[in-house]
Design a binder for this molecule. Sequence first.
Ligand code: AMP
Ligand code: ZN
Length: 113
Amino acid sequence: MTDCIFCKIASGEVAAKELYRDDEIVAIADLNPQAPTHVLVIPRAHHEDLAALYDSGGGALAQRLLATATKLGREHGANGFRLVVNTGEEGGQTVAHVHVHVLAGRHMTWPPG
Ligand code: AMP
Ligand code: ZN
């Protein structure tokens, strides 16, 4: 996807504060952090959202995203962490390239806004 900001970050065309990278995944610091730790775990391949990822047979990649997010959550959130996957317009998704938010470093509240 030529016009996708997360594809550009994954390819290195746009700079980001990278915390992790492997053959399929990149993790970056969120530009507008909502907690002391706010990391985005992003597949390098473009999939619009979590539903589209599963629709295209990406269950194994979804599992890797969750495993990586959990690993980062454990590293940054000694007392707990929250993973969020906003999906679609009503789900609050603003960047149409699937990603997992890792939030840690403060006490989370419920319900979310
Ligand atoms: P969502 O609203 O769930 O789609 O999350 C998109 C997230 O991407 C937001 O938390 C933004 O702050 C973050 N974001 C957007 N552009 C960038 C960027 N260039 N680098 C880092 N984070 C970004
Ligand atoms: Zn993309």
